[in-house]
Design a protein around this ligand. Sequence first.
Ligand code: GLV
Length: 324
Amino acid sequence: MDSNLQKVFVARRIPQIGIDSLAQQFAVTVHSGQLPPTRSELLSGVGGCHGILSLLSDRIDGEVMDAAGAQLKVISNFAVGFNNIDVPEATRRGIAVGNTPDVLTDATADIAIALIMATARRLREAWQAVDNLAWKTWEPTGWRGLDLVGSTVGIVGMGRIGSKVAQRLYGGWNMRVLFTAHRAKAEDTFPFPARQVALDELLTNSDFISLHVPLSADTRHLIGAREFGLMKETAVVVNTARGEIINQAALVNALRNKQIFGAGLDVCDPEPLPEYDPLRQCENCLLLPHIGSATYSARDAMAVRAADNLLAGLTGNPLPYPVN
Ligand code: GLV
């Protein structure tokens, strides 16, 4: 390996297309374990690096930037969300931060739809009955769930992914769409009818509530006991954003007490969910292991975008997908 090459630390094995593109120009070290690097592996791995390719499971803060050294120029997150990175600290140090937007929008919207349908139709309980040999006959009153047609979806955070979820639900099931957004959006912003409302109004009036806000100090525990109290008893809550947006203890109470119908989660807090977490006992909760972007093409495209951010940052160019 040419010792004059700039060094890149890649915090996990990502699709090869991204590694190949980096390896053409840089000295690349890939953390090869199936699990994320431990804190000490991360701190030693980044030592002397000019670029870091991080995952959402790696906390990249001032300590990591210090461990890398003053030559660190760019941190490229293999994710659209970047709550795992201390972006203000990176900015203060003149380190560019990038993410991988757009290419995972459809894949993640599809998982939100899958969770909405699976939770509405109680697929976890139905599958468990098959699995446990508890399925004895066709039951006229068994396994009844909720209809999508004629219902209302509330999109909390009508950005890229939220609007694709709404578009699918309007186009496929003619659902009424309510939404919240950071800024006021004009009526004709979307190619389907949608009404912007305050969060409380959305929670009170929606049958399906799908969360799509980024995680920040403002959105941490956005949905807690008070918010579950506003929801219909038949409400379904779906989270494909970040686990910490929901106060999970309050969610467990709401699910146990049948204050809501169910929850479909692709994310939880913490990840993975600990073995004895009470959420596991809630039959009306379907939990997936954070697979929103897990399609072959989305993950390949994320690898390309993450590599492109590093290539740009390390060759003195603006990042194509910048965060700061
Ligand atoms: C996944 O959660 C991502 O932020 O890309």
